[in-house]
Design a protein around this ligand. Structure first.
Ligand code: SF4
Length: 256
């Protein structure tokens, strides 16, 4: 079902109002609003970075009705797989695995070995963006762990915003958080984190595309090192966002 221009304008207005009302509020308030407004059609795709661990902690400790999943590219570090299990055990939650259609071996047979070295955009499309798009179908909203200070592309992220790329509402509860605030939260609540951070990897993705970052380097400098690429494509910010594909059930509408 497509929304009419009038319905889209109403959705736009609601998102704008929520973004203004929730800016500066604690992340758990943003998550709680999202759960009230969208459950059971709200999900969080965690990549198990420090920010993702903060959000798993908040969702679980506050008992929020937010689905959890991760994109398992088949190329994660062993330490990341271990953290996944640790978080599930610690909080008694299930973090679902969303996997690409093809295994790494099948991808090598179809596109050649080590596609990530020759065409990382294509590799990310096949192993992350397509599975994410499929995983998000049926949801009305998704939570992300992005922070404004991470990249220039993320600097304008709002706490609640339309995501025209996937036709959803996007919640960025940590948009205004600093890296120091993230680590303060992790320590204060004894949240499990990836041990690779302590070994010089401030940002951890797939093992073929992640290297340590030196002191003073941008924390994401180790991702796709030596390439212009800085994003998987999951959080690309289109110049113009269309809400025409949003199909929200406004019967459960709540104010922040
Ligand atoms: Fe492929 Fe690297 Fe993207 Fe992982 S991060 S999907 S290995 S290009």
């Amino acid at each position: 079902m497509e929304t009419s221009p009038v319905e889209s304008a109403v959705v736009d207005e609601e998102i704008d109002e929520a973004a203004r009302a929730l800016e500066g509020r604690p992340a758990e308030d943003v998550l709680a609003w999202g759960a009230r407004r969208f459950a059971p059609r709200i999900t969080f795709a965690t990549g198990f970075g420090p920010e993702g661990c903060v959000l798993v902690d908040l969702v679980a400790r506050h008992g929020l009705a937010i689905d959890l999943f991760t994109l398992d590219t088949g190329l994660l570090f062993p330490e990341t797989y271990a953290l996944w299990r640790r978080l599930e055990e610690r909080y008694g939650v299930v973090i679902r695995a969303v996997r690409p259609e093809h295994s790494v071996a099948d991808q090598a047979a179809a596109h050649g070995d080590r596609l990530w070295e020759r065409d990382p955009d294509r590799c990310c499309e096949l192993r992350k963006v397509v599975p994410l798009r499929q995983a998000l179908s049926g949801f009305a909203a998704w939570v992300t762990a992005i922070r404004r200070e991470q990249t220039a592309a993320r600097a304008s992220a709002r706490v609640v915003e339309p995501d025209g790329r996937f036709g959803l509402v996007k919640l960025n509860p940590l948009a205004a958080w600093t890296s120091a605030a993230v680590w303060d939260h992790l320590r204060a609540h004894d949240v499990p984190v990836n041990p690779l951070h302590a070994r010089g990897y401030p940002s951890v993705g797939c093992w073929p595309c992640t290297t340590p970052a030196a002191d003073g380097e941008d924390p994401r400098a180790g991702r796709w090192r030596g390439r212009e690429k800085t994003e998987c494509g999951l959080h690309a910010r289109p110049a113009a966002v269309s809400l025409a594909t949003l199909t929200l059930d406004r019967t459960s509408q709540r104010s922040p």
